[in-house]
Each structure stands twice: as C-alpha cells, then as structure tokens.
Design a protein around this ligand. Sequence first.
Ligand SMILES: [Zn+2]
Ligand SMILES: [Zn+2]
Length: 163
Amino acid sequence: MYPIPDHLKPYLTPVGEENSELYVHGAVHCSCGCTLFTPYVNDAGTIAAAKCHQCGEKLLLFHAGRHGWDGFVAKADYLYDLSGKLKPISACPHCYAVTPLVIMLTIASLGREDFIQGSELTDEHGRKLREEDWVNAFSSFRMDIACPQCGQTSESIIDIETA
Ligand SMILES: [Zn+2]
Ligand SMILES: [Zn+2]
C-alpha cells in the first residue's frame, strides 16, 4: 500500500524500488495515457496543476488547503499562502526548450496507523474520516519535472511539508 492520495490514484504510476507505506515516487499520466504536460504552479508553491499535452485535460495535482494532513485533517489552510495565479511552466529550466514536460511526484506519509491514532477518524470540522483516508493525510509533497528534449530533471519545483 502506497500513500497515493485519492485524487491522484488514477494518474500516478509508482516508479523505482523504494516505495512503501511511508513513501511513493511516481510519474503522472493523463487518463488518455499521455505523459507530457504543461505544469502550472502558483508563486508560493502551494498549488500545482497540469494540462495534458495530448487531450487538454486539466489535473489538480496538489492544493495545500485541501490535501495532506494540514489541509485534509487539520483544516489548517490558513497556514498556507494560497493566493497567486497559477502560471504555466512552458519551457525546460535547463535547456529552455519550449516543450511539454514529464511530471514526477514524491509523497511521504507517516502511515496508516499513525493517521488512525492521530486523527481518531474525525477531521477538525468534526466530519467522519475513513481508515482509507490515511493516503489523503500525507506529510510532504514534492514535484519534479523532466525534459524530453535534454533529458534533465529539474527537482523540487514544489517541495512542501504538509503536516
Ligand atoms: Zn490527456
Ligand atoms: Zn531541457
């Protein structure tokens, strides 16, 4: 069981050997199968989205006010600067080629048992949570992008503690 939040389950393919209940690293793909996107982020690095290069579908990848322990369980969206327009990343930060990009996500979690004990299966607003919601209460989120032109990866376009 990997800590892939519900909103990313259809879109994230785990990659590598290190994945566990506490950590998942993977590549984003659209529901059409395409793996190239225009990523969008706000200045504060608290919201990330992506637009599919092939079909134009827009995916919300991360929103600090809704996802992770603080957003999902503690309802502590006031901790985050959620202002600012989402801006596209339309060129590779390494080679400056204007190109759609590969998106890699890394999500860390304190695990299912920690979530059940810590939340007592209720969020800050008194709403019931399910044991399966442990995946939505992750503790950090990182987004990297890779360029299909030069092959370089630009790490930590977003890198945020969410608990
Ligand atoms: Zn698509
Ligand atoms: Zn490049």
